[in-house]
Design a protein around this ligand. Structure first.
Ligand SMILES: Nc1ncnc2c1ncn2[C@@H]1O[C@H](COP(=O)(O)OP(=O)(O)O)[C@@H](O)[C@H]1O
Ligand SMILES: [Mg+2]
Length: 330
């Protein structure tokens, strides 16, 4: 099994590792050879526009459908050889809620406890704990169909946690949520990870991946177009710059001639210098200012954000948004 090294020097098994996963529906190739390596205890975000194949990847890795090719291990179990082992170790919160609207939140929880064969008392204790943890105690006795979108998602995740999974798949957990519920969900995800759970998350929102994920993979045209930390991805694309601002117009003019190729903002007395944000490039800017005896009032380094990354990597950037979520069509 692939392993990665933790800081303490002990190898920690990968939560998910996949090589060459493929899936087609008819003659439409959805996944065209996907490799993944997700260390235990981390958050991984699979980022892509609608129809990119995110849900397909989640369904394969959670044994709901089978791949046409490739291999994967989840929680140490081979997907094909030991699907039951995989199922016992994971929880899945799908894009469509598993919540039964006709019964109460508490009844939904107890149903899950039954499905996991917990003894009655243990089931009631686990349900009560989770309802408390997800701030659903007041709503516990009400039919779940009366819940808000955010409450339903919380109940959905609480239900997933009844089985005490080590790896959780969250398929677009915040699509369609208002900003406040979205931030609540982010907090919940962070707490899961603090508790040692590995989170595999899909999202259309760059900001969400940026906020939550240790590593991000951008899915485009059935392939991983780029993979890395948010910072690594941002470094892949141009758009970074250093911005210098002056209050003294003559210092501004001297800097303009000392620095050469810059973008000027005469009104704000600000200069923009293309830069990858590295120490070496920063030093060279500062050295040139120093030797001309110029002092800037403000220096800021701007790295490109994940929007820039997606624009650079894919042709369908318009499908991805980093602002307010909207209801997913699917
Ligand atoms: N059961 C299916 N039969 C045929 N096509 C499907 C099926 N499931 C998904 N697809 C197609 O596969 C592509 C990827 O779908 P999906 O994995 O749901 O994308 P995402 O979750 O990224 O929005 C889409 O073009 C979709 O129409
Ligand atoms: Mg989907």
């Amino acid at each position: 099994m692939p392993t990665s090294r933790r800081g303490d020097g002990h190898p920690s098994p990968a939560a998910v590792s996949a090589v060459g996963l493929r899936k087609a529906y008819g003659d439409k190739t959805v996944l065209d050879g996907i490799d993944l390596h997700i260390p235990s205890g981390t958050v991984f975000a699979l980022l892509g526009p609608n129809g990119a194949g995110k849900t397909t990847a989640v369904k394969i890795l959670s044994t709901l459908i089978s791949a046409d090719g490739g291999q994967a291990r989840v929680a140490g179990h081979d997907l094909a050889a030991s699907p039951d082992g995989v199922r016992a170790a994971i929880g899945v919160t799908g894009q469509f809620s598993a919540v039964d609207g006709l019964i109460t939140g508490e009844e939904n929880m107890l149903l899950m406890a039954d499905l996991h064969h917990l003894p009655k008392r243990e089931g009631r204790r686990v349900a009560a704990d989770l309802l408390e943890r997800f701030d659903l105690v007041d709503a516990a006795k009400k039919p779940a169909q009366s819940y808000s979108g955010g409450m339903k998602r919380r109940l959905d995740i609480a239900m997933t946690l009844v089985g005490n999974p080590r790896i959780i798949f969250l398929d677009e957990p915040t699509t369609g949520l208002d900003p406040r519920s979205r931030h609540n969900m982010w907090q919940i995800i962070r707490e899961l990870v603090t508790g040692g759970v590995t989170v595999f998350l899909t999202t259309q929102y760059l900001e969400e991946a940026d906020q939550l994920a240790d590593r991000i993979a951008v899915l485009n045209d059935g392939r991983i177009a780029a993979e890395g930390t948010a910072d690594e991805l941002k470094r892949l694309v141009p758009g970074g710059h250093v911005r210098l601002r002056f209050s003294d117009p003559s210092a501004y003019r001297s800097a303009t001639s000392a620095l050469g190729a810059v973008t000027r903002d005469d009104e704000a007395l600000a200069l923009q210098i293309p830069s990858d944000g590295s120490q070496r490039e920063l030093r060279s800017v500062l050295d040139r200012l120093d030797s001309a005896g110029i002092e800037a009032d403000e220096l800021t380094v701007h790295t490109p954000d994940l929007d820039d990354v997606f624009f650079a990597l894919t042709g369908s950037a318009a499908a991805l948004r980093s602002d307010q979520p909207k209801e997913d069509a699917r």
